[in-house]
Design a protein around this ligand. Structure first.
Ligand code: ADP
Ligand code: MG
Length: 590
């Protein structure tokens, strides 16, 4: 049940203020087909965007199953959009260079559903809209009506409770319009469909309820619904799940290690679910201000990285995809090849894939590149928010022991070592950027940080030996972070990871319901060493020896290490979608 209460929305431009929605109150049943009619500029699209959580409103309230969205954080909006809403746009917003099967699959890629299931569900969705025979065509090979049916299949793939359609037949002739309307009517049999149209004929023929809008106000409603009088359905729990790190580790330690790529991808998609829609809009519709904001926020967590050595990951993944394909055709082809009749689409041997990977490793001339950047980079400053250099050196971090306590090594720990173990150096760098270490360098752009974060305790770092703790948008900090900064016993984590690596996932996880206060954070200090500090030079031979196993040697080095203090606690503010800092502990190091 969806309810708009006195929603107002204005667009303020330099010259004047446009009232797009003027005190709109409207309730929807869980299952009806509502057509919104009104002249161009009357606020129809704005209302749909507000309902779908794509646009914020100035005042009033949007209630979902009787729950106000006033206290919604970005994460809640993402969960709402991802799990409960399907969007259909007038201009289809299909990605031109992908097949329609891939277009529909994309909506699921971002939710972390496995490859085989994704393909299966996308195929079924396309069959439902009558396009089962066209799955391998590209959008340009289809008619307008067929493209809109693809868009509807894409909207339905997550089985949303609410489908929002903005002039879905606006670009179609009358015959194909009827086909699309038939389909939407079918879709509306077991969910709420809200459709904007300026074709009253179709609206009256198909919809169960007509709402008229003029100048941002509702002028007529053919079948009003009073949410207060209707029996209230129990609020559904959102499908969003949140797990502590140790729980996740205990549940599927092996999975976590072997599917780290996918884990990171899922976390990424979950935290910025909107990117699914944003990417679709950006790719086929050009970029507007809204998307630009999303991009800026997204790119600040997933920046463009230029490394000394690099390989073309996308072509590698392409090969991988073919080798991974578990569709029936592929299984057949390998059977055939056993009989001596290999097909063209045969599997790519691992050896070839590995050879390709190394053959495609390129070296970049970073020295000249940095010189070019330092010299102004032909005005690149205007195009970027911040430039950050990495030198491939991860500091070693200890927690300073109090009194006679021994210093405790926090980084590297079993987790960071497990994640980078055995990987090539290029992959190790990628691993680090995926955040296995909670210690990160802060980006050097205070205005971007100010726009995305509120300081909830202390202050922003002002010198090289100061750090901030970054909370999640809900103001929490994960247990992995607490382990990593030594607030929980790091040895416990090391044991957990080690047993998880060997015991096939069946491990005991400790209870970690710790109270950790801002004061605790602000009184935390670390000792930071360079990895080179673990080596001692033999003056006679000139050889360097790794002394990291020698407790006394290391204790002396730690005592001389750089003192780093947590001087502030920050939390993402409500407007930022993603963040320039990964939640944990970026230090300012220059
Ligand atoms: P409809 O979909 O009914 O044609 P819209 O909801 O798109 O109408 O727009 C309602 C009013 O708000 C129009 O006057 C439009 O010009 C204005 N408007 C919509 N989006 C923006 C925007 N991003 N900036 C400024 N004005 C806008
Ligand atoms: Mg419109």
């Amino acid at each position: 049940m969806l309810e708009l209460k006195g929603i107002c929305k204005r667009y303020v431009t330099q010259s004047f203020t446009q009232v797009a929605l003027d005190n709109v109150s409207l309730s929807f049943r869980d299952n009806e087909f509502v057509a919104i009619l009104g002249p161009s500029g009357s606020g129809k699209t704005t209302m749909l965007n507000v309902i779908g959580g794509l646009d914020h409103f100035d005042s009033g309230d949007l209630l979902i199953d009787g729950i106000s969205t006033k206290d919604f954080h970005d994460r809640d909006w993402d969960a709402y959009r991802n799990n409960r809403i399907g969007f259909v746009f007038q201009s289809y917003n299909l990605i031109p260079h992908q097949t329609i099967l891939e277009n529909v699959e994309l909506a699921l890629t971002l939710t972390g559903v496995g490859h085989a299931e994704r393909r299966q569900r996308a195929r079924e969705a396309l069959e439902k809209v009558g396009l089962g025979e066209h799955v391998n065509k590209r959008p340009s090979q289809l008619s307008g009506g067929q493209m809109q049916r693809v868009a509807i299949a894409r909207a339905l793939i997550n089985d949303p409770e609410i489908v929002l359609a903005d002039e879905p037949t606006g670009a179609l002739d009358s015959t194909t319009s009827v086909q699309v309307m038939d389909l939407l009517k079918d879709v509306a049999r077991d969910r709420l469909v809200i459709m904007v149209t300026h074709n009253p004929e179709l609206a009256y023929q198909y919809a169960t309820r007509i709402v008229n809008l003029a100048d941002g106000k509702i002028t007529d409603d053919s079948d009003p619904f009073d949410a207060a009088k209707a029996a209230r359905r129990e609020a559904k729990p959102t499908r969003k799940t949140s797990m502590s790190f140790v729980t996740a580790l205990g549940l599927s330690a092996r999975n976590l290690m072997t599917k780290k790529g996918r884990t990171a991808m899922t976390a990424f998609a979950g935290s910025i679910g909107i990117i699914g829609i944003a990417a679709i809009l950006a790719l086929s519709n050009g970029v507007n201000g809204y998307i630009k904001k999303v991009e800026e926020d997204t790119l600040s967590s997933y920046p463009l990285t230029i490394s000394k050595q690099d390989y073309d990951l996308s072509s590698m993944m392409g090969g991988q995809g073919a080798a991974d394909d578990d569709s029936p055709e592929n299984v057949d082809s390998s059977d055939d090849s056993a009989g001596g009749k290999a097909k063209g689409t045969d599997r790519i041997p691992v050896v070839t894939a590995v050879k390709d990977m190394f053959a495609s490793v390129k070296s970049n001339d970073m020295t000249s590149f940095k010189a070019w950047l330092d010299a102004g980079g032909d005005g690149i400053d205007k195009e970027v928010n911040a430039i950050q250099y990495g030198y491939g050196v991860s500091p070693v971090v200890y927690r300073a022991g109090k009194g006679d306590e021994k210093p405790v090594r926090l980084v590297p720990n079993a987790m960071t070592e497990a994640m980078s173990g055995g990987a090539s150096s290029a992959a190790t760098v990628n691993m680090e950027s995926m955040g296995t270490s909670v210690f990160n360098e802060m980006i050097d752009d205070q205005s971007l940080l100010d726009s995305q974060y509120d300081v909830v305790a202390g202050h922003w770092p002002t010198s090289a030996n100061e750090a901030v703790m970054v909370l999640s948008s809900r103001g929490t900090v994960g247990d992995y972070t607490l382990y990593s900064i030594g607030a929980l016993d790091i040895d416990e984590l090391n044991d957990l990871v080690n047993s998880a690596m060997t015991a096939d996932g069946k491990i005991e996880t400790p209870e970690t319901g710790t109270d950790f206060t801002y004061d605790d954070a602000l009184s935390t200090t670390f000792k930071v060493l360079s990895p080179a500090d673990a080596y001692r030079k033999n003056e006679e031979t000139g050889m360097w020896t790794d002394m990291s196993g020698d407790t006394d040697f290391m204790a002396a080095k730690v005592a001389d290490g750089i003192d780093v203090h947590i001087v502030g606690v920050v939390r993402p503010n409500e407007t930022a979608n993603a963040s320039a800092l990964s939640p944990a502990l970026p230090t300012r190091m220059r």
